[in-house]
Design a protein around this ligand. Structure first.
Ligand SMILES: [Zn+2]
Length: 349
């Protein structure tokens, strides 16, 4: 079975370049019908048939599957074809580099995937696994759509949780999310397909007096919280049984939350979004006891307690401005927590 599958794969891969050879399909001209030796009396009808076939071939240029393989005639770097060729060139080179991982690396997961996380994140090109996992192979079951929406990807998420049995569902939103911004405004002018794709992003509309950038960053967090809630409804049984944890996070490559560009902040765990709980959760992940680093040697980890608490407080501040959202009281608690910490570190524990 495995051999047959690999053979099929090899065949399909070796067949690929042949199908792309320019000589076969590159001409934009209508295909010429080859002349066959035929009786003279049929020549007239044959010619007419040829003309019709040529005409048909010309019409067929616009049909799916009949497009030409483009080649290099572009004059400027920013032309679509030039960009495409540059990207593909880099892709093939990068893939060569990737292959240097070697057989052993790939053999480890060639026949079965065993990811630990189902990850739903935005399709945004600025969001990629290195932000949270530098070795995502066989570990991150990745699902993406604009606005990191759970309902749009129900089947894939269900597959990750129920069939691959990942113990973690990670919803990762990001600052600067175009889908969130679109949903904050008037979507009626967008195409029906995009309107439909955005239907599960429910965020507050911008309000007068609030800086648009702040409102946008807040809406990103609201969307992540909403998506976590949706997932919790669908997978409540697994969460109750302790088989699944649903975590919401925000990747902030714009430093909107002022915790450093590129920071991934956990903002929600199983529906809990209170910053002090998030901070405690992050500490627990790092294996820290309350109020101290993991051990004396690990200075970096020791200091992350403060960073994470500050991050949580900043997020709380953002959320606090939402008014009416359930996260608001949590933000107040976080502020109190931050104040207490400023007076005497860890005094409240
Ligand atoms: Zn986005």
């Amino acid at each position: 079975m495995v051999f047959a599958r690999r053979l099929a794969l090899v065949l399909s891969l070796t067949g690929l370049p042949l199908g792309c050879q320019p000589k076969q399909e590159v001409s934009a001209e209508p295909k010429k019908v080859s002349k066959k030796k035929e009786p003279k009396e049929g020549a007239k009808t044959e010619k007419a048939r040829e003309a019709k076939a040529a005409e048909k071939a010309g019409e067929a240029e616009g049909e799916p599957g009949k497009f030409i393989v483009p080649f290099a005639y572009e004059a400027a770097k920013d032309e679509p074809l030039a960009q495409t060729r540059a990207f593909l060139g880099e892709m093939l080179q990068d893939n060569q580099d990737y292959m240097t991982h070697g057989d052993k690396f790939f053999a480890a997961f060639a026949d079965k995937q065993t990811p630990r996380a189902t990850v739903i994140t935005c399709a945004d090109s600025r969001v990629h696994t290195p932000a949270w996992d530098v070795t995502p192979e066989n570990d991150d079951f990745m699902i993406r759509n604009i606005g990191n929406q759970v309902e749009n990807a129900e089947g894939s998420i269900e597959y990750g949780i129920e069939h691959l049995r990942t113990p973690l569902l990670l919803v990762i939103g990001h600052t600067g999310c175009g889908a969130v911004k679109a949903a904050m405004g008037d979507t009626s002018k967008l195409s029906p397909a995009i309107q439909a794709e955005l239907q599960h992003v429910h965020v507050p509309k911008p309000t007068a007096g609030k800086p648009p950038e702040t409102a946008w960053a807040e809406a990103v967090i609201v969307n992540v919280n909403n998506q976590v809630e949706t997932a919790l409804k669908q997978f409540s049984k697994q969460v109750q049984a302790g088989q699944l944890t649903v975590v919401g996070a925000v990747l902030d490559f714009r430093n909107d939350l002022q915790q450093g560009a590129g920071k991934v902040s956990i903002v929600n765990v199983n529906g809990n979004s209170e910053p002090e709980r998030m901070a405690a959760f992050v500490d627990a992940i790092a294996g820290k006891k309350e109020g101290e680093g993991k051990d004396g040697k690990d200075k970096k980890r020791g200091s992350s307690k403060l960073t994470d608490t500050a991050a949580a407080a900043a997020i709380a501040e953002q959320i606090a401005k939402l008014g009416g959202h359930r996260a608001a009281p949590a933000a107040e608690r976080a502020e109190a927590h931050a104040r207490a910490e400023a007076k005497a570190e860890h005094a409240e524990h």
